[in-house]
Design a protein around this ligand. Structure first.
Ligand code: DQA
Length: 145
């Protein structure tokens, strides 16, 4: 089972970006942990990151037919992008929305997610650990376990 872990804008800066909010773990560390944890639960994890909305959409389109599901931290596009929401809807794959921080405990503009209604579920507020939680949740969803 192949899973895409897709990270959006500014997440390439993890480790140094507002560590009091996002933690000290780098994106490279998160991706390595996803690949490693995925392997222990029978998932083959591929990772991608882009700061560009259109490239994120291209990754979602490419996942159709090759991936069993997607975990996406869409960063700020979560709150703004109808195009990303439409792409998630269009690919008809199970997608888990993920955030390191609890967006509901932050500014009001982060309380709305345009993508949540087209995702199977949302994991947020658990920092980098959330990626492993999302992999477990997606595996359970895919295997009905
Ligand atoms: C984020 C939350 C978003 O509101 C923010 O724009 C991000 C990171 C998170 O992982 O907590 O870039 O997605």
């Amino acid at each position: 089972m192949q899973i895409l872990v897709l990270n959006g804008p500014n997440l390439n800066l993890l480790g140094t970006r507002e560590p009091e909010i996002y933690g000290a773990t780098t994106l490279a560390d998160i991706e390595a942990a996803c690949i490693s944890h995925g392997a222990t639960i029978g998932l083959t994890v591929s990772c991608a990151q882009s700061n560009c909305e259109g490239i994120l959409i291209d990754h979602l389109h490419a996942a159709r037919g090759t991936m069993a599901g997607v975990i996406i931290n869409a960063g700020a596009y979560t709150h703004t992008s109808v195009a990303l929401r439409d792409a998630i809807s269009a690919i008809a794959l199970p997608v888990v929305e993920l955030h390191l921080s609890n967006t509901h405990a932050r500014e009001a503009f982060r309380h709305v997610s345009l993508i949540a209604p087209v995702c199977v579920g949302v994991i947020q507020g658990f920092g980098a650990r959330g990626y492993n939680l999302a992999l477990d949740a997606l595996k359970g969803h895919l295997t009905r376990a």
